[in-house]
Design a protein around this ligand. Sequence first.
Ligand code: 3HC
Length: 298
Amino acid sequence: AVRNFSNSAVMANAIKNVTVIGSGLMGGGIAQVAAQTGHNVVMVDVDDGVLSKAHERISTSMKRVAKKKFGDSQEEANKFVSDSLSRLTTTSVKNADLVVEAIVENIDIKQKLFKQLDEAAPEHTIFASNTSSLSIQKIAQNAKRKDRFGGLHFFNPVAVMKLLEVIRIPETSQATTDSMIAWGKAMEKVTVQCKDTPGFIVNRLLLPYKMEAYRMYERGDASYRDIDTAMKLGTGYPMGPFELSDYVGLDTSLFIIEGWAKEYPDEPLYKVPEILRKLVSEGKLGVKTGEGFYKYNK
Ligand code: 3HC
């Protein structure tokens, strides 16, 4: 096959070794899919307890993926899981071509992390944040390698959702963007590009939609069950806005919308609905705590 120069440059720099900082739902999911697609993955987190929990969750999810992929051959399914798991380890940042950060959504902590990583990582390493709502430009503030910095925003559950948003800041180089897109393809995701604007594409549309759904319920216009039914059967969405909120976590929605409300006080779409504050203050965060709008068996 004929390869043009820029393609071969991408090939020569193809991302093989990946470090994921953070082993929660997103970090763990990203590490899982990277390992499943042949990348060597290093997952970093604060302590062994958190990491072993993540490892357990990943192997459970991998078995589901394997069952789907190799339903008729237990042997192939087992091999897929053990090969994938064998590519997933925990060591230092020194070996990374790419660092995907998926830690807590706190700007100060992210800035500090990237300052340390910038000093520790090799020259060529690309840094990316999986932030849902914070500015990539601000996250990159203390890192010198701004040309090798961007956003890679995945969706929950990462093993299922096909989309990857690739975000560039003004300093992000074309080579970095090309590498991020090529890696997205290697992860078997469909990539879209977006500037560093609040919520990028999906959350910029999804958050106001969910907030409007809460307001509709608060006004007593319809029950949350009926709103969910309407959006599923009327538009073909897999989950209604309340089910989806419970699935993602109400604390996550509240965190994002509070941040935007503070930054854009005149935008009525970003006003924080009372019901959201109330449920979160009662510890009703959704599926993960056993109750949000709906109740769940833990
Ligand atoms: N790991 C691996 N596979 C999984 C999985 C997981 N964690 N969760 C579900 N699956 C697979 C199942 O094995 C099943 O496979 P099959 O079709 O071959 O049997 C398939 O996905 C469907 O799963 P279920 O039958 O258990 O349940 P559903 O049909 O209800 O699907 C869902 C679950 C995929 C979560 C679907 O309801 C959905 O797509 N919901 C919307 C999710 C969404 O909108 N995510 C984006 C949230 S916003 C976000 O992440 C941004 C962030 O910044 C906040």
